[in-house]
Design a protein around this ligand. Structure first.
Ligand SMILES: Cc1cc2nc3c(=O)[nH]c(=O)nc-3n(C[C@H](O)[C@H](O)[C@H](O)COP(=O)(O)OP(=O)(O)OC[C@H]3O[C@@H](n4cnc5c(N)ncnc54)[C@H](O)[C@@H]3O)c2cc1C
Length: 549
């Protein structure tokens, strides 16, 4: 095929992704210099459409970026008033008192927010400062300069047919060039993955670790709603099968965020994270809260869990990786938005200084120094052993050891050094023959729902006449390797029912990819045991359309 010709636009800084990291970077650049040219490209149909967090927001990132955010009407309306932590058994619960928890676990001063709405508000602040924001623009390729540095991205390619050919309405998109390109794509970014591989940025760091987080918004009986209440649980239904737990946050308007995270290093390929979530809602404590209410939205997204020791090098010539593109979640706090914001601010300050000094296209090493040595590094370092302890020893020992280590780290030391994660999540998957299938109850349609019904509540939409954005490196692997060896785990680890093994009498089993259902969580790219699935961007504007997630 002939090389595609594209128009190019020149900016000082090109930012991929309008999440908290990318928008913070854009805002900070304009605060520092009103004349700097900044563009933000977002694959969602609007800013916030693809944002999914819990979310309890630690406002320290926003305080540093926009100290007068209250006066400017930031949608942080619900301060946390009550913090509960329970260990669940199948029918019972045990309240873990707050006093033995290290102070960093306290949610006092934090807010229950819709991060989608926070990002929408941040986008308004950025635009008021003169940032150009283009939603519906998926960045599908990196553009390199003659020396192999990143000089831009391709965005806005539309109108490819399913076989990859150019349809009647084909638009080649544009090249957007910058003195610096910021990749703030969030967890498992598709361009970030390429940059990490090309420049070998993970060299000398632990593998990144992940969880899959699923979340529903419920409108509940006002009599049961307690605005500002935060509840976390561990234990049932996962038990010893996988790490993870739940969150229940009471926000405004009688709404509750009900979410469940399953660590993706589980060994048993029969495990079905989505069904664990559905089963969780039948626990008496949760069922009693939700009964009489209705689920109004559903979504899912991977969450980075590797923390301090897994952050790869975050700069290469012309490019910097921000926020969860390198994984900045504080795992025991289940919080990464504050660090995403702080990283955006730090990257902006480094780029501004470099541009002011006449530099372009080099490594913004000051950014990395600030992340590792500043507030983000300090936040993540204190909790760095919690996840490895959990992976190695299971829930209860890790609570004791991890809690002890967080306390000593708060006092400035650790007896355990820095623990390793070891394997990737894909490599953690063991052969199906070593494990028993798990019997999941059928969803009842009131408290629990089948996947496809729930996916309708993510309001996801993909133009069908385009190439599947879920690409198999080898089309034979799912049926010839993953099915016999791992019982076809793609049929279960995907929280949107994208993957199916279809068996018809007299025909060979087929692996079907219903890419239209994809909610952009990226779990398949992470957990496929053969690492055979590549998540690439579909055309811009496609994907979920989350309301106030
Ligand atoms: C279930 C769950 C619960 C969580 N709970 C909390 C919580 O309570 N508190 C908290 O602080 N954190 C929480 N987190 C973590 C938090 O969501 C992340 O730390 C945070 O989203 C990271 O911000 P980011 O800007 O790096 O990425 P994101 O928020 O993921 O934003 C990335 C943006 O880039 C866009 N994008 C990606 N690739 C491209 C591309 N190629 N082209 C164009 N656009 C692109 C995406 O559409 C998205 O809008 C939770 C995460 C999950 C999954």
């Amino acid at each position: 095929m002939a090389e595609i010709e594209r128009e190019a636009m020149e900016y000082d800084v090109v930012i991929v992704g309008a999440g908290p990291a990318g928008l913070s970077a854009a805002i900070r650049l304009k605060q520092l210099d009103a004349d700097i040219n900044v563009v933000v490209l977002e694959k969602g149909s609007e800013v916030g459409a693809h944002i999914l967090s819990g979310a309890v927001l630690d406002p320290c990132g926003l305080d540093a970026l926009i100290p007068d955010w209250k006066d400017k009407g930031a949608p942080l309306n619900v301060p946390v008033r009550e913090d509960n932590f329970y260990m669940l058994g199948e029918a019972g619960k045990l309240r873990v008192p707050n006093f033995p928890m290290p102070p960093l676990m306290n949610n006092h001063g934090n807010y229950i927010v819709s991060m989608g709405n926070v990002c929408r508000w941040m986008a308004e602040q950025a635009e008021a400062l003169g940032v150009e924001i283009f939603p519906g623009m998926a960045c599908s390729e990196l553009v390199y300069d003659d020396k192999g540095g990143v000089k831009g991205v391709v965005a806005g390619e539309f109108g490819k047919e399913a076989d990859g050919s150019h349809g009647a309405n084909y638009e080649p998109g544009m090249e957007l060039h910058g003195k610096y390109v910021f990749l703030s794509e969030g967890v498992r970014g598709s361009l970030s993955k390429q940059v990490i591989a090309k420049y070998d940025l993970s060299q000398g760091h632990e593998p990144q670790k992940f969880g899959i987080g699923m979340k529903e918004i419920w409108e509940i009986d006002p009599a049961k709603h307690k605005e500002g209440t935060v509840t976390h649980t561990m234990g049932w239904p996962l038990g010893g099968n996988a790490g993870g737990g739940s969150f229940i946050y009471h926000l405004e308007n009688n709404q509750v965020y009900v979410g469940f995270v399953v660590h993706l290093n589980y060994k048993n390929p029969h495990l079905f994270p989505y069904m664990e979530f559905q089963r969780f809602k039948h626990h008496p404590m949760v069922a009693e809260l939700l009964e009489g209410g209705k689920r109004v939205a559903y979504g899912a997204r991977a969450i980075s869990e590797g923390g301090y020791q897994s952050m790869p090098k975050m700069v290469a010539p012309g490019v910097a990786l921000l926020g969860c593109s390198v994984g900045m979640v504080n795992v025991p706090r289940i919080k990464g938005n504050h660090n995403a914001m702080l990283s955006g601010k730090a990257a902006a300050e480094a780029a501004h200084a470099a541009i002011a000094a006449g530099r372009a296209g080099d490594e913004l090493s000051d950014y990395e120094t600030e992340v590792r040595g500043g507030a983000i590094g300090k936040d993540l370092k204190k909790v760095r052993n919690v996840k490895p302890f959990w992976s190695k020893w299971g829930l209860v020992p890790s609570l004791v050891l991890g809690g002890f280590d967080m306390w000593t780290n708060t006092l400035g030391f650790s007896l355990f050094g820095t623990q390793k994660h070891g394997k990737t999540d894909a490599d953690s998957t063991e052969e199906a023959s070593k494990h028993k299938p798990i019997d999941y109850p059928k969803p009842d349609g009131t408290l629990s729902f089948d996947r496809l019904t729930n996916v309708a509540f993510s309001f996801t939409n993909h133009e069908e006449s385009q190439p599947a954005h879920l690409q198999l490196k080898d089309a034979d692997v799912p049926v010839k390797v993953n099915l016999p060896k791992y019982a076809g785990p793609a049929a279960r680890y995907c929280p949107a029912g994208v993957y199916e093994f279809v068996s018809e009498e007299g025909k060979e089993t087929r692996f079907v990819i219903n890419f239209q259902n994809c909610v952009h969580c990226k779990t398949c790219d992470i957990k496929d045991p053969s690492q055979n699935i590549n998540w690439a961007t579909p055309q811009g504007g496609d994907g979920p359309n989350y309301p106030n997630m």
